[in-house]
Design a protein around this ligand. Structure first.
Ligand code: UFG
Length: 328
């Protein structure tokens, strides 16, 4: 199998782990990334074109040259808080950027797309675990932009113009330690790397945002899914895209609380650090866990690393080897 695959956002966290995994599976890769958030080091020896999906002309030229047979589309802005402050930026990058990409792919005759969607399309969940057909009512512009793209893809697929899979990630976490790839965001907002920063002594303390949720220990529960499991789902989505498509939840089916994550970091690192309880962060639902039965049935996907210590342990290994991230 040596299908040519365009990977937008392949210098980012999930994009880079996936790009390397599909390259190892024998696909021919071209990464396009504007390197605004991603890291050149994470692309390694894969082919890279530094361009912005906002630049429709450059994107089209790149597609006409490379002639992709499929595209994995990771490039996006993805911070919930920032999306509330700058909604127009999110619509421009995530919706217009994707429209540019769809035009460029069509010009090159490419009709297969795997799209990075998110649990944020659901907003406050109607029930737990969340099913793909549950109501989609995003509560922030980030989720709205991803839902908007899903609607475009659905209509294009109905018109017979596209085969697509939309993967709704729950909480991506962990690292591909063997490949030397991990999570390096600036600013870092995600729980696991923030707690690890406290364990490494790079932050004076870790924070718990909210201890009065209706959960067993009062803290939020999330469905942490190992980034290598997420990446493998893309390989399967690509393999089956001509027969199976639509939207798929991607979570490990188990929820872990903020306190459980903090305990896991203490255990795998063997470090003690101060933990401070703070009020709730705005817009955080108490529990978000996925039913991933649809992707299990359709693509044969199952989390291979569902354990919290496995996930947190891989993140700890990567961060302790790269205490300042890729650039350190
Ligand atoms: N949290 C803390 N302390 C921290 C950081 C986070 O207690 O220092 C809590 C949050 O309040 C939340 C949980 O840890 O309850 C997880 O927070 P993250 O920021 O790691 O992840 P989110 O669940 O908020 O966000 C994830 C994805 C988003 C996506 C969202 C869907 O990262 O891209 O799920 O709701 F939009």
């Amino acid at each position: 199998m040596s299908m040519r695959v365009l990977v937008t956002g392949g210098a980012g966290y999930i994009g880079s782990v996936t790009a390397h995994m599909i390259a190892r599976a024998g696909y021919q890769i071209l990464v396009v990334d504007n390197l605004s958030k991603g890291h050149r080091q994470a692309v390694g020896d894969l082919d890279l074109e530094v361009l912005d999906i906002g630049d429709a002309t450059a994107l089209r030229e790149s597609c006409l040259r490379f002639k992709p047979e499929a595209c994995l589309h990771f490039a996006a802005r993805s911070l919930v808080g920032e999306s509330r402050l700058e909604p127009a930026l999110y619509f421009r990058t995530n919706v217009e950027g994707t429209a540019n990409l769809l035009g460029a792919l069509a010009a090159a005759g490419c009709r297969r797309l795997v799209f990075s969607s998110t649990a944020a399309v659901y907003g406050e969940p109607a029930g737990i675990p969340i099913l793909e057909d549950d109501p989609r009512k995003p509560i922030n512009p980030y989720g709205s932009t991803k839902l908007e793209v899903e609607r475009i893809l659905e209509e294009m697929s109905r018109a017979g113009d596209l085969r697509y899979a939309s993967l709704r990630y729950f909480n991506a976490a962990g690292a591909d330690v063997d490949a030397g790839l991990g999570e390096d965001h600036d600013p870092e907002t995600h729980l696991i790397p923030r707690v690890i920063e406290a364990a490494l002594g790079r932050e004076p303390r870790a924070f718990i945002f909210g201890t009065d949720y209706p959960t067993l220990d009062g803290t939020c529960i999330r469905d942490y899914v190992h980034v290598k499991d997420l990446a493998r789902a893309h390989v399967l989505a690509l393999e089956h895209i001509d027969e199976e498509g639509g939207a798929f939840n991607l979570g490990n089916g188990q929820g872990f609380s903020v306190r459980q994550v903090i305990e896991a970091v203490k255990k795998v690192s063997g470090r003690e650090f101060e933990v401070v309880e703070r009020p709730r962060r705005e817009g955080d639902p108490g529990i978000l866990t996925a039913s991933s039965e649809r992707i299990a049935g359709a693509l044969g996907w199952k989390a291979e690393h569902p354990g919290l210590e496995d996930i947190v342990g891989s993140a700890w290994s990567w961060h302790s080897e790269h205490p300042r991230g890729y650039t350190g």
